[in-house]
Ligand binder design. Sequence first.
Ligand code: ZN
Length: 119
Amino acid sequence: METEKYKLALQTELNQLNSEMKELGVKNPEVKGDWVERANDLDTVSADLNDVADRTEEYDERRATLATLEGRYNNIMHALKKIDDGSYGICEVSGETIEEDRLEANPAARTCKLHMNEG
Ligand SMILES: [Zn+2]
């Protein structure tokens, strides 16, 4: 297995995620691996209702996007940790080797194809 190649791919994706997440939120200083959406400068008293609705929607979207990115980020961190401890490329459900083409498509995959919906 070309672990180095996957490691590089994972680190590249991690860097991209990091900059995307910096646009959307800030790291939670209290919980490692957790990100909090940026505070809204929403003035609900003076803003008109449409404006409030728009910004609330924006805020919800941002929070949803951030949650997705956070999930990918933590998945990648998990994969990098597995590279370090030598368990990378092994299905977390069956303990079988994960197919190379699955890792090519998703270097952070935790399971083989058979168990991809269970991992
Ligand atoms: Zn499996």
